[in-house]
Design a protein around this ligand. Structure first.
Ligand code: FES
Length: 101
């Protein structure tokens, strides 16, 4: 389990989908932190600025009930997680153990 100091305070996990995998991640946190929660080593040692400059953390997502035609890009270091997000594509820099690695 990751050092809880890295995460913003949370009480519950929310359910999202990443490349077809249903996962539970901490609410009230940026997506890149959620990715780190799921895959500590690859994200911690990944090539990320964490502040919106490098775009290496880019993802594409839609909401539950929408389709891939509704996909929009987002920077995961700048976007808060929310229940029901469906992430369909990850930048090649985002490697998640058990999902795309
Ligand atoms: S980590 Fe660099 S833009 Fe998100």
């Amino acid at each position: 389990m990751m050092d809880s100091d890295l995460l913003d305070p949370y009480e519950e996990l929310v359910s999202i989908e990443i490349l077809g995998h249903r996962v539970e991640v901490p609410e009230n946190n940026r997506l890149l932190r959620c990715f780190q929660f799921l895959s500590m080593r690859t994200i911690s040692y990944g090539d990320f600025c964490w502040n919106g400059d490098c775009t290496n953390c880019q993802i594409w997502y839609h909401r539950e009930g929408q389709t891939e035609g509704d996909d929009k890009p987002a920077l995961s270091c700048r976007t808060n997680v929310s229940e029901g997000m469906v992430i369909t594509r990850l930048s090649r820099f985002v490697e998640l153990e058990g999902i795309n690695k």
